[in-house]
Design a protein around this ligand. Structure first.
Ligand code: SF4
Length: 260
């Protein structure tokens, strides 16, 4: 989609320097990115085929308000068909825009581990993996090897109960599946993950129960909304507020000097 605004609750904007993908695990079965490429075929002339969009690379440079940016809501950055040189370009843009936080999510843990040591991990780049059921918790072991400032899990669509080792993990997002063929979620799975995040002192974000559409079941878990963010987000906001203040002071000083 060309618009960068999003209804995804844990981010502010999306940035899609690539679109398209192919399915790798059960969480992909009703991939919403694929559904969108089918629904808006004029916007996505290549359909769900992996496509690079170099014309979008510099978009974040034009977004002046510090934001949380979900990188590749319509694809997977660590897909085999994304050339390493293109990945480096994406990382270069993220480094050049330290006022934003970038949230990258992948299901391709093998390529992530292989390429992570060759990439420049700036403070504002957060890395996450999807974990839909217990069979894919090995992605968390891969994530632990990545030197990102924040490491997070997206357990959406949650398809089973999870026993999680959260060592080195800062944030867990949980959500049920949405769409007419959605697979149902057991509230006890969600409560169990909440308990584990509390025991292991990790931020917890419950996005939605899911249903025929994303908002169908709401996001109350035992009458409470859980929208915790990692501490790094508060620190980032404070730093950029200070930075703005410093810049405003220096502009004021410059204007004053010019006027006398
Ligand atoms: S990895 Fe993500 S974008 Fe790719 S098919 Fe699976 S759910 Fe869709």
């Amino acid at each position: 989609m060309s618009s960068s605004y999003t209804g995804i609750e844990w981010t502010d904007k999306t940035w899609n320097p690539t679109t398209g993908c192919n399915k790798v695990s059960p969480g992909c079965l009703h991939c919403y990115a694929e559904v969108l490429t089918k629904r808006f075929s004029k916007t996505f002339p290549n359909g769900f085929e992996l496509t690079l969009h170099p014309e979008r690379l510099e978009q974040p440079l034009r977004w002046r308000t510090p934001s949380r940016i979900f990188v590749n809501s319509m694809s997977d950055l660590f897909h085999d068909d994304v050339p390493f040189s293109y990945l480096q370009e994406i990382f270069r843009i993220m480094q050049q825009t330290p006022w934003h936080i970038y949230q990258i999510l992948t299901k391709r843990d093998k390529r992530l581990v292989e390429l992570a040591p060759k990439l420049q991990w700036a403070e504002n780049i957060w890395m996450g993996v999807s974990v839909e059921n217990q069979a894919y918790t090995h992605r968390i072991d891969a994530l632990r090897q990545v030197p990102s400032r924040v490491r997070f899990l997206s357990c959406e669509p949650l398809l089973g109960s999870l026993q999680l080792n959260l060592e080195g993990i800062d944030w867990v997002i949980v959500g049920g599946e949405s769409g007419f063929n959605h697979r149902s979620i057991d509230p006890q799975w969600v409560r169990d993950i909440l308990r584990q995040t509390q025991e292991q002192e990790v931020a917890f974000f419950f996005k939605q129960w899911g249903g025929n559409h994303p908002k169908a079941g709401g996001n109350l878990l035992d009458e409470r909304v859980w929208e915790q963010m990692p501490q790094a987000w508060e620190i980032h906001k404070l730093n950029w507020q200070k930075n703005n203040l410093k810049q405003a002071k220096s502009e004021l000083k410059q204007n004053y000097l010019i006027s006398i």
